[in-house]
Write a protein that binds this ligand. Structure first.
Ligand code: FPP
Length: 263
Protein backbone atom coordinates (compact mmCIF):
# COMPACT_ATOMS: atom_id res chain seq x y z
CA UNK A 1 0.00 0.00 0.00
CA UNK A 2 2.81 2.39 0.89
CA UNK A 3 4.44 1.62 -2.43
CA UNK A 4 1.70 3.64 -4.13
CA UNK A 5 3.03 6.71 -2.39
CA UNK A 6 6.17 6.58 -4.48
CA UNK A 7 5.01 7.98 -7.76
CA UNK A 8 8.15 7.13 -9.71
CA UNK A 9 8.86 3.41 -9.79
CA UNK A 10 12.57 2.76 -9.67
CA UNK A 11 14.59 -0.46 -9.81
CA UNK A 12 15.14 0.13 -6.08
CA UNK A 13 11.43 -0.17 -5.28
CA UNK A 14 11.78 -3.53 -3.52
CA UNK A 15 14.62 -2.11 -1.47
CA UNK A 16 12.43 0.87 -0.50
CA UNK A 17 9.54 -1.46 0.39
CA UNK A 18 11.86 -3.45 2.62
CA UNK A 19 13.10 -0.27 4.30
CA UNK A 20 9.53 0.87 4.95
CA UNK A 21 8.61 -2.49 6.47
CA UNK A 22 11.73 -2.43 8.62
CA UNK A 23 11.03 1.14 9.82
CA UNK A 24 7.44 0.20 10.69
CA UNK A 25 8.63 -2.64 12.92
CA UNK A 26 10.52 -0.15 15.11
CA UNK A 27 9.18 2.78 17.14
CA UNK A 28 7.97 5.59 14.90
CA UNK A 29 8.33 9.13 16.30
CA UNK A 30 4.95 10.28 17.57
CA UNK A 31 5.51 13.89 16.64
CA UNK A 32 7.78 15.13 13.87
CA UNK A 33 8.48 18.85 13.49
CA UNK A 34 9.92 20.23 10.25
CA UNK A 35 11.54 23.56 9.42
CA UNK A 36 10.86 23.64 5.69
CA UNK A 37 13.79 25.71 4.46
CA UNK A 38 15.42 26.26 1.07
CA UNK A 39 12.48 27.17 -1.16
CA UNK A 40 14.16 30.38 -2.29
CA UNK A 41 17.45 28.67 -3.14
CA UNK A 42 15.62 25.89 -4.99
CA UNK A 43 13.96 28.52 -7.17
CA UNK A 44 17.17 30.48 -7.64
CA UNK A 45 18.98 27.36 -8.86
CA UNK A 46 16.34 27.15 -11.59
CA UNK A 47 16.35 30.88 -12.35
CA UNK A 48 12.77 31.06 -11.15
CA UNK A 49 11.18 33.59 -8.77
CA UNK A 50 11.32 32.72 -5.06
CA UNK A 51 7.56 32.21 -4.97
CA UNK A 52 7.94 29.29 -7.41
CA UNK A 53 10.00 27.59 -4.71
CA UNK A 54 7.26 28.15 -2.14
CA UNK A 55 4.69 26.70 -4.53
CA UNK A 56 6.81 23.59 -5.06
CA UNK A 57 7.28 23.45 -1.29
CA UNK A 58 3.52 23.35 -0.86
CA UNK A 59 3.37 20.20 -3.01
CA UNK A 60 5.94 18.63 -0.71
CA UNK A 61 3.70 19.39 2.25
CA UNK A 62 1.08 17.13 0.68
CA UNK A 63 3.57 14.37 -0.16
CA UNK A 64 5.29 14.27 3.23
CA UNK A 65 1.99 14.58 5.13
CA UNK A 66 0.57 11.55 3.34
CA UNK A 67 3.73 9.54 3.84
CA UNK A 68 4.04 10.44 7.53
CA UNK A 69 0.39 9.49 8.02
CA UNK A 70 0.91 6.15 6.29
CA UNK A 71 3.93 5.41 8.50
CA UNK A 72 1.88 6.03 11.63
CA UNK A 73 3.29 9.39 12.75
CA UNK A 74 0.70 10.97 15.08
CA UNK A 75 1.52 14.64 14.60
CA UNK A 76 3.44 16.62 12.02
CA UNK A 77 4.17 20.26 12.80
CA UNK A 78 5.32 22.28 9.80
CA UNK A 79 6.91 25.71 10.17
CA UNK A 80 5.11 27.53 7.37
CA UNK A 81 5.45 31.17 8.46
CA UNK A 82 7.29 32.62 11.42
CA UNK A 83 6.62 35.83 13.32
CA UNK A 84 9.87 37.07 11.73
CA UNK A 85 8.77 36.28 8.15
CA UNK A 86 6.72 39.52 8.07
CA UNK A 87 10.05 41.22 7.30
CA UNK A 88 10.01 39.70 3.77
CA UNK A 89 8.88 41.64 0.67
CA UNK A 90 5.12 42.18 0.49
CA UNK A 91 4.81 40.20 -2.74
CA UNK A 92 6.35 37.13 -1.10
CA UNK A 93 4.24 37.52 2.05
CA UNK A 94 1.07 37.83 -0.04
CA UNK A 95 2.01 34.67 -1.92
CA UNK A 96 2.73 32.75 1.28
CA UNK A 97 -0.59 33.91 2.73
CA UNK A 98 -2.39 32.47 -0.30
CA UNK A 99 -0.83 29.03 0.09
CA UNK A 100 -3.00 27.73 2.95
CA UNK A 101 -6.11 28.58 0.90
CA UNK A 102 -4.76 26.92 -2.23
CA UNK A 103 -3.50 23.89 -0.34
CA UNK A 104 -6.63 23.36 1.68
CA UNK A 105 -9.05 24.04 -1.19
CA UNK A 106 -7.19 21.54 -3.35
CA UNK A 107 -6.48 18.83 -0.80
CA UNK A 108 -9.26 19.03 1.76
CA UNK A 109 -11.15 16.06 0.21
CA UNK A 110 -7.92 14.04 0.26
CA UNK A 111 -7.23 15.02 3.88
CA UNK A 112 -10.74 13.84 4.78
CA UNK A 113 -10.26 10.58 2.87
CA UNK A 114 -7.03 9.94 4.76
CA UNK A 115 -8.55 10.90 8.12
CA UNK A 116 -6.01 13.72 8.61
CA UNK A 117 -6.82 16.46 11.11
CA UNK A 118 -5.69 20.03 10.39
CA UNK A 119 -4.62 22.25 13.26
CA UNK A 120 -2.64 25.44 13.63
CA UNK A 121 -0.31 27.06 16.14
CA UNK A 122 0.53 30.76 15.98
CA UNK A 123 -1.39 33.99 16.06
CA UNK A 124 -4.29 33.44 13.67
CA UNK A 125 -5.82 36.86 14.40
CA UNK A 126 -3.02 38.72 12.61
CA UNK A 127 -3.38 36.68 9.39
CA UNK A 128 -5.26 38.12 6.40
CA UNK A 129 -8.99 37.29 6.50
CA UNK A 130 -8.81 34.91 3.52
CA UNK A 131 -5.91 32.94 5.07
CA UNK A 132 -7.70 32.80 8.40
CA UNK A 133 -10.96 31.58 6.91
CA UNK A 134 -9.23 28.86 4.84
CA UNK A 135 -7.50 27.57 7.97
CA UNK A 136 -10.63 27.79 10.13
CA UNK A 137 -12.66 25.94 7.49
CA UNK A 138 -10.06 23.15 7.35
CA UNK A 139 -9.85 22.89 11.15
CA UNK A 140 -13.66 22.71 11.41
CA UNK A 141 -14.06 20.22 8.56
CA UNK A 142 -11.39 17.83 9.83
CA UNK A 143 -11.95 18.20 13.57
CA UNK A 144 -13.32 14.67 14.07
CA UNK A 145 -10.61 12.94 12.02
CA UNK A 146 -8.53 10.43 13.92
CA UNK A 147 -5.37 10.08 11.83
CA UNK A 148 -2.31 12.29 11.70
CA UNK A 149 -2.58 15.82 13.08
CA UNK A 150 -1.23 18.15 10.40
CA UNK A 151 -0.27 21.14 12.50
CA UNK A 152 0.69 24.30 10.61
CA UNK A 153 2.86 26.78 12.48
CA UNK A 154 1.66 30.01 10.87
CA UNK A 155 2.63 33.39 12.23
CA UNK A 156 4.28 31.37 14.98
CA UNK A 157 7.19 32.34 17.18
CA UNK A 158 8.29 30.40 20.21
CA UNK A 159 9.36 33.43 22.24
CA UNK A 160 6.00 35.15 21.72
CA UNK A 161 4.31 31.90 22.76
CA UNK A 162 6.40 31.69 25.94
CA UNK A 163 5.83 35.36 26.82
CA UNK A 164 2.09 34.71 26.48
CA UNK A 165 2.29 31.66 28.76
CA UNK A 166 4.28 33.62 31.37
CA UNK A 167 1.78 36.48 31.38
CA UNK A 168 -1.08 33.99 31.75
CA UNK A 169 0.58 32.31 34.72
CA UNK A 170 1.43 35.64 36.41
CA UNK A 171 -2.23 36.63 36.02
CA UNK A 172 -3.36 33.38 37.59
CA UNK A 173 -0.96 33.87 40.51
CA UNK A 174 -2.34 37.39 40.99
CA UNK A 175 -5.90 36.05 40.85
CA UNK A 176 -4.97 33.38 43.38
CA UNK A 177 -6.07 30.50 41.10
CA UNK A 178 -2.56 29.07 41.21
CA UNK A 179 0.17 29.33 43.84
CA UNK A 180 3.72 30.29 42.88
CA UNK A 181 5.00 27.05 44.50
CA UNK A 182 2.77 25.00 42.22
CA UNK A 183 4.32 26.28 39.00
CA UNK A 184 6.18 23.42 37.37
CA UNK A 185 6.89 22.07 33.87
CA UNK A 186 3.39 20.65 33.56
CA UNK A 187 1.84 24.04 34.30
CA UNK A 188 3.86 25.53 31.46
CA UNK A 189 3.27 22.58 29.07
CA UNK A 190 -0.45 22.76 29.58
CA UNK A 191 -0.56 26.41 28.52
CA UNK A 192 1.43 26.02 25.30
CA UNK A 193 -0.35 25.93 21.94
CA UNK A 194 0.92 22.37 21.58
CA UNK A 195 -0.50 21.28 24.96
CA UNK A 196 -2.69 18.55 23.50
CA UNK A 197 0.02 17.09 21.24
CA UNK A 198 2.74 14.61 22.16
CA UNK A 199 6.13 16.25 22.66
CA UNK A 200 8.10 16.37 19.38
CA UNK A 201 10.50 13.42 19.14
CA UNK A 202 12.20 14.50 15.96
CA UNK A 203 13.06 17.84 14.38
CA UNK A 204 14.11 17.98 10.74
CA UNK A 205 15.48 21.13 9.14
CA UNK A 206 16.18 21.16 5.43
CA UNK A 207 18.61 23.23 3.34
CA UNK A 208 21.76 22.96 5.44
CA UNK A 209 20.95 25.71 7.96
CA UNK A 210 21.71 24.59 11.50
CA UNK A 211 19.53 26.65 13.81
CA UNK A 212 16.08 26.62 15.38
CA UNK A 213 14.87 30.04 14.22
CA UNK A 214 12.50 30.53 17.15
CA UNK A 215 10.67 27.22 16.54
CA UNK A 216 9.18 25.36 19.54
CA UNK A 217 12.15 26.14 21.81
CA UNK A 218 10.54 24.64 24.91
CA UNK A 219 8.89 21.70 23.17
CA UNK A 220 12.07 20.52 21.41
CA UNK A 221 14.08 20.16 24.63
CA UNK A 222 14.52 16.40 24.16
CA UNK A 223 13.87 15.99 20.45
CA UNK A 224 16.43 14.40 18.16
CA UNK A 225 17.67 16.86 15.53
CA UNK A 226 18.33 16.08 11.88
CA UNK A 227 19.80 18.75 9.63
CA UNK A 228 19.92 17.84 5.97
CA UNK A 229 21.37 19.74 3.02
CA UNK A 230 18.38 18.78 0.86
CA UNK A 231 16.27 21.82 -0.04
CA UNK A 232 12.63 21.52 1.03
CA UNK A 233 11.18 21.29 -2.52
CA UNK A 234 13.56 18.35 -3.13
CA UNK A 235 12.73 16.63 0.18
CA UNK A 236 10.82 13.49 -0.80
CA UNK A 237 9.49 10.33 0.85
CA UNK A 238 12.91 8.69 0.66
CA UNK A 239 14.43 11.64 2.55
CA UNK A 240 11.72 11.38 5.20
CA UNK A 241 12.23 7.63 5.47
CA UNK A 242 15.99 8.14 5.86
CA UNK A 243 15.31 10.65 8.65
CA UNK A 244 13.13 8.13 10.49
CA UNK A 245 15.81 5.46 10.06
CA UNK A 246 18.39 7.85 11.49
CA UNK A 247 16.03 8.62 14.41
CA UNK A 248 15.57 4.91 15.09
CA UNK A 249 19.32 4.49 15.49
CA UNK A 250 19.62 7.28 18.06
CA UNK A 251 20.17 6.33 21.67
CA UNK A 252 17.66 8.51 23.53
CA UNK A 253 18.66 8.73 27.16
CA UNK A 254 16.73 11.79 28.36
CA UNK A 255 19.60 12.64 30.68
CA UNK A 256 19.94 9.20 32.24
CA UNK A 257 22.72 6.66 31.60
CA UNK A 258 20.57 4.01 29.97
CA UNK A 259 18.83 4.14 26.59
CA UNK A 260 15.07 4.54 26.62
CA UNK A 261 12.59 1.94 25.44
CA UNK A 262 12.34 3.51 22.01
CA UNK A 263 15.52 1.88 20.75
C1 FPP B 1 11.72 29.03 4.07
O1 FPP B 1 12.46 28.95 2.87
C2 FPP B 1 10.33 28.73 3.81
C3 FPP B 1 9.27 29.51 4.15
C4 FPP B 1 9.42 30.77 4.90
C5 FPP B 1 7.91 29.13 3.78
C6 FPP B 1 7.62 27.68 3.90
C7 FPP B 1 6.30 27.41 3.31
C8 FPP B 1 6.03 26.31 2.55
C9 FPP B 1 7.01 25.24 2.28
C10 FPP B 1 4.67 26.10 2.00
C11 FPP B 1 3.68 26.01 3.10
C12 FPP B 1 2.44 25.42 2.65
C13 FPP B 1 1.25 25.62 3.24
C14 FPP B 1 0.13 24.86 2.77
C15 FPP B 1 1.04 26.59 4.32
P1 FPP B 1 13.21 30.26 2.35
O2 FPP B 1 12.26 31.06 1.54
O3 FPP B 1 13.79 31.00 3.51
O4 FPP B 1 14.34 29.62 1.46
P2 FPP B 1 15.80 30.20 1.27
O5 FPP B 1 16.47 30.15 2.61
O6 FPP B 1 16.41 29.26 0.29
O7 FPP B 1 15.66 31.58 0.74
Amino acid sequence: MLRKLFRKKTPDIQFIDDRIESVKRKPIPNHVAIIMDGNGRWAKQRKMPRIAGHHEGMKKVRQITNFANALGVKALTLYAFSTENWKRPKLEIDFLMNLPGEFLNTYLPELMERDIKVEMIGNIEALPAHTRSAIIKAIETTKNNKGLVLNFAMNYGSRVELVHVMKEIVQEVEDGTIQKEDIDENVINSRLMTAHLPEPDLLIRTSGEVRLSNFMLWQLAYAEFIFTNVLWPDFNEECFLASIEDFQHRDRRFGSLEGDQKG
